[in-house]
Structure formats: C-alpha cells, structure tokens
Design a binder for this molecule. Structure first.
Ligand code: MSP
Length: 497
C-alpha cells in the first residue's frame, strides 16, 4: 500500500521563507526514509490562493488576483526544485478541478444535514483567516483584530465533539509529538465546541457556495479539501488508494484546523480520516516567529542554501531541533554544527579511511580469509545494531534522533581507528580491518541519505557503491570492495560565514 504525505498548502501571498521550507524539509526526509525502506510514497504540497488575505495582498501589489497568485505560486514550485525536494503533486486552489471538488464536498456536508445559515459577529485576523474569541490582538501576527458582523453558513462542529475526543483517546499516535495531542484534547475538553463559520460575504475571491452565490466557501475549508482534490475526483483510483494511508506534516499554528475541523468535515462528508498528523514547532529569529508579517525575521531559503549547501541546511534542521520544539535560528550555531558533524566527524572519517585504503589497496580487497589479530565482524555488528534505533526514530519523524544515531556510528568508527592505529599494521590484518570498515561506512552512507541526500551520494560513490542502496542489503556483506578517492565530503566553513 502506498503512503501519501502532505505539507500545508502555503499562502500565495508572498515569497516563500525559511519557515515554509522547514516543514517541507521534514516531509521530504520522511519521504526519503519511506522510499529507502522500500515503500511507495507520494508527496504533495501546493499553494492556498483564495480568501481575503490574498485578495488584499494582490490589491496592495496592484495586480489582478489571478496573475498575482500565478506568480506567487511559481515562487513556491520553483523553490522545491531548487531545494531538491521531489514533489509528486502540486495543489493550486484557484484551479478549476479544485473548484469543482470543493463544490461537491460542500454538497456532501449539506446532504449530511451539517450546514445551516446564521449570523456571525466576532474578531477576525485576516492574516490567519480565523476568528478569535476573547482577544483584542492576534497572538500569531501581533496585530489588532478586525470586528466582522456578517451572515454566514455554519458547520455543525459541535456534533462531533465526543467523536473527536474518542479519536484522540483511542488513537494516541494520531498526533505526533504527544504534547500536541494533549493540547488538542485539553482544547476539546475545555467546553462545548462552537459551530464553525464556513462561508464569507466579505470577499468574492473563492469558491461560491452552491445555491448561495453571495457567499464564498471559507478559505480554510477550501484549503483543507485540496489534500483530496489534488488526487482527483471522488471515487478515482488515486483517491481511494492513496488517501487510505495519509500523513499530514503541519506547523503547530494550524493544529486545530487539522486535528479538529478537518476530521469533523471528513466524517460529515463520509470520507476516511488521514492516519497521522506530524507537527513541527516554529523557526524563530530572536524569539519571533519567521513570518511575512514580521519582515525583519525573513530568511530566504535559497540564499541560505547557496551559502551552506542544500545538505548543510537540511542537516542543520534535522539535527538542531527536536520535532515539535521551536528553534531560534542562529547562523553561528549552524556553522558550528556543520563543522563539527559533517566536516570533522563524518567528513574526516571518510577522508582518513579512503586515503588509507587507497594507499594500500588501490585495486580493492576481496573478502578476507585472513588470520587477523582482531575479530572481523565486531565493528560491523556494533554498527548494524544501531539500525533499528535509527529506523524507529525516523518512524516517528524524529530527525534529531536519526542524526544522533548516524553521528554515534561515525564517532565510534573514528575512535576505533584512533585506537587501532592501523597505519602501523602489516598488509594482511590491514586488509581485514579495512574491508570491515568499508561495510560499516556503506551503512553510514545509506543511513544519512534521508537527511543529506547529495552528501550521501558522494560518500557512497567514494566507496564504489552506485545508485540507491537497497536498505535491506545493509544486512549483507559485500565480497569485493574498492574505493574511489574524491573531494572532502563537507568543506569546513570559516567561523562567522
Ligand atoms: N494556507 C494555510 C495552510 C492551509 S493547509 C490546508 C497556511 N499557510 S502558511 O503559508 O501560513 O503556512 C503555514 C505553514 O508553514 C505552517 O503550518 C508551517 O508548517 C509552515 N511555517 C510557516 N512559518 C513557519 C515558521 N516560522 N516555523 C515553522 N514552520 C512555519 O497556514
């Protein structure tokens, strides 16, 4: 069965920033992990192009809305290419197919008796496209809320409160990390759920409500259904096959939309729920969320990868942040981590090994049947024993845990080389030792491929291992091994770069 991974569809109101790239990196690492371990996997991302926020941004830019979103959307699709992120589907909510899908989704909610018309009065944040109660300012955008009073269609969210609580209690894995699940449960238990306002008359930029053309469908209902519409119409093969096993990668700011509104909407429409939500924290700069509304926090992901390499930036995010926690971006910390882990630890391990191997055995080594003064296999067993831990870290998208495992292997091998001092040995035991290290480094090179794909490819090429390594082959020894010296895996960065 295939797995379907999604990132949020990002607002096509501005240029992509590092915060958007971060969630997409996490999803990309997870996709690479699943593919490496033999799964069929699809990744979808896209742009959220309707609603008042977009309409206002286009007006501000002095452009027709469609031309504005076309351009902004391209900014995102180009970015994923530049960051070597392999996207299978790209959703755009202004597309005709999506419009048709939202219309039929709405009709399903209506047929379930879950829609009714009323009047809404409340404080609204246009940047979040969300009403807030009991607040004067938006907690995310730190701006005054706008008071809206308007007729609105409502969705009977209150009907689903008990069912939602039961979902989270009976499926503890539905939300990772657990602290986020507890947060949603606390919210659900804190009092009766209010029905959700699901249409707007304050903008016409969206999908018209069937049979009531003064209203457009609330942009969040519109956006959430893009996860389905991008797979094709109801009943299509892709929809029924891929939707069965879906994981949404999201930031903590949009948790309630995905953990409360979305399951209730899907139940109402008679559709299955996604399997899991994997929730990341915020990237901040000097403690403030990286966001378009805080222009001084904006970091351009492309400029950053030009400076530190795509692998360097991906690795930093994997290693420096525990999934779900916030990370305050600091370039000095990034430089220090990349130097210590990729350049010193992993990079030096490969250089030392490749140099020594090539000096003594330029034509390679056949599986040794040599009488060594140490046990061939001891190191290999130690390294192979790390694989299950690496795998269970990645299962829960714990990229920091996975990178710790890779680092631990590299440290162990570096220390072993230091202790054995093989450069003083005779040819014969040396062959056995280097043959075994070759197997160990192949494992290291494969395990790091989810986090730093390009670096991994170069590392494996130096070991003469080509193409995507089958994860399952890591349990087997390679008989004849060779090395192909190349450039250092990661050039040391000057402090302050
Ligand atoms: N369009 C909605 C999502 C609809 S999904 C059906 C939206 N878009 S957004 O452009 O604001 O992007 C939200 C997502 O981008 C966050 O949930 C998070 O995944 C990512 N991030 C945006 N800024 C971020 C940080 N500063 N830090 C980490 N992730 C951030 O909300």
């Amino acid at each position: 069965m295939s797995t379907y991974l999604t990132t949020p569809i990002y607002y096509a109101s501005g240029s992509p920033h590092l915060g958007h790239a971060y969630t997409t990196f996490v999803a990309d690492c997870y996709k690479r992990y699943l593919r490496l371990t033999g799964h069929e996997v699809y990744l979808t991302t896209g742009t959220d192009e309707h609603g008042q926020k977009i309409e206002r941004s286009a007006a501000h830019a002095g452009q027709p809305v469609q031309a504005f979103v076309d351009q902004r959307s391209r900014g995102f699709s180009d970015l994923w290419q530049a960051l070597d992120i392999d996207v299978d589907y790209f959703a755009r909510t202004s597309s005709q197919d999506h419009h048709a899908f939202v219309t039929s989704f709405w009709q399903r909610l209506a047929a379930a008796g879950d829609l009714y018309k009323g009047q809404y009065q409340g404080s609204y944040c246009v940047d979040c496209e969300q009403y807030y109660t009991d607040l004067d300012a938006c907690p995310v955008h730190e701006r005054a809320l706008e008071i809206f009073t308007e007729p609105s269609w409502f969705f009977r969210l209150s009907r689903y409160q008990e069912k939602l609580i039961h979902l989270l209690e009976s499926q503890p894995d539905f939300i990772t990390p657990a602290a986020r699940r507890n947060e949603v449960l606390a919210f659900l238990r804190s009092g009766p759920l209010r029905d959700l306002s699901v249409s707007r008359v304050s903008t016409s930029w969206g999908v018209s409500v069937p049979g009531d053309r003064d209203h457009v469908v609330y942009v969040w209902v519109d956006a959430l259904t893009s996860y389905l519409s991008v797979l094709g119409a109801f009943g299509s093969e892709a929809l029924s096959e891929r939707w069965q096993n879906t994981i949404h990668f999201i930031g903590k700011d949009i948790l309630i939309f995905h953990a409360v509104y979305w399951p209730a909407l899907l139940w109402s429409a008679g559709l299955p729920l996604p399997d899991r939500l994997i929730v990341n924290g915020w990237l901040t700069v000097e403690g403030r969320k990286i966001a378009k509304s805080n222009p001084e926090t904006i970091i351009d992901p492309v400029a950053l990868t030009q400076q530190f390499g795509v692998d360097g930036v991906k690795y930093y995010f994997a290693r420096a942040v525990k999934l779900g926690s916030d990370l305050d971006y600091q370039s000095a910390q990034l430089v220090e981590l990349l130097n210590s882990d990729l350049s010193n630890n992993i990079g030096n391990l490969f250089s030392r090994f490749i140099g020594l191997f090539h000096r003594h055995f330029p034509d390679g080594i056949e599986v040794p049947t040599l009488d060594c003064h140490f046990t061939v296999g001891e190191r290999l067993k130690t390294v192979r024993d790390e694989i299950p831990g690496w795998q269970s870290a990645l299962e829960s998208a714990d990229l920091a845990g996975a990178s710790q495992t890779v680092l631990a292997i590299a440290r162990y091998l570096n220390a072993d080389i230091q202790q054995q001092a093989p450069w003083q040995w005779q040819q014969e035991p040396l062959a056995g030792y280097l043959w075994e290290l070759h197997q160990c480094l192949r494992i290291l090179g494969v395990l790091i491929s989810c986090l730093t794909p390009e670096l991994s490819q170069r590392a494996l090429a130096q070991l003469g291992v080509h193409g995507d390594q089958e994860f399952s082959s890591l349990a087997d020894d390679q008989n004849a091994v060779r090395v192909y010296p190349g450039e250092p895996l990661f050039a040391r960065l000057a402090p302050g770069s």
